[in-house]
Ligand binder design. Structure first.
Ligand SMILES: [Fe+2]
Length: 190
């Protein structure tokens, strides 16, 4: 175990244990939440300087810290450039995000159309919250949110998912043009 007490391999072992023992998403999320917070507050055990190098095209950097061979149970560090963010999107699986360095604004959305037209989606804002260091967001599958870094510095958060997000059927949404399209991200591995 590291000096900070909780490394990514510690987190992986605990997440694997939870997913082996529970299939109900709610049961998984309530158990993952405190682990995510613990890992976020133990950044000395795993955080590397290079994770702060966000991709200027997409506005954020995605660093893969772990995934199962079948892409399940994926863990990422995400860095967010100042005044950049991610559009409204879902994940195609459960998602838990913990703040590691700096506040990140999350806006939550709800799908309100009848889903009868391919590529068409109406979403409406339901709330927003700024998540800071050690705060955790646990999102069941189907949750739609957008993320924005309102600060003047690069922020960083720790993300864990029931499956690698480029291997789920997930979408990004544009509330103005009322469109829905696939959402893939550029990922940097180890
Ligand atoms: Fe997300």
């Amino acid at each position: 175990m590291s000096k900070a007490g909780y490394s990514i391999s510690n987190l992986v072992a605990d997440l694997r244990d939870i997913c082996a023992n529970f299939t109900d998403e709610h049961e998984i999320l309530i158990r993952v939440r405190p682990l995510a917070q613990r890992a976020a507050l133990s950044k000395d055990a795993w955080l590397e300087k290079r994770f702060y190098q966000a991709d200027s095209d997409q506005g954020f950097g995605v660093y893969l810290l772990y995934e199962e061979p079948d892409h399940r149970l994926a863990i990422f560090a995400l860095s967010w450039l100042p005044n950049r963010g991610a559009p409204p999107h879902d994940h195609g699986t459960w998602a838990v995000v913990a703040g590691v360095d700096g506040p990140e604004k999350n806006v939550f959305w709800e799908r309100v159309d009848d889903r009868s037209r391919a590529g068409y989606a109406e979403i409406k804002k339901t709330g927003e919250k700024v998540f800071d260091v050690g705060d955790v967001i646990a999102m069941p599958q189907g949750t739609i949110h957008s993320v924005w870094n309102e600060t003047e510095a690069v922020t960083l958060s720790l993300h864990m998912y029931g499956k690698h997000i480029n291997y789920t059927e997930r979408s990004q949404f544009d509330p103005k043009s009322r469109t829905q399209r696939p959402f893939k991200v550029k990922v940097t591995g180890w």
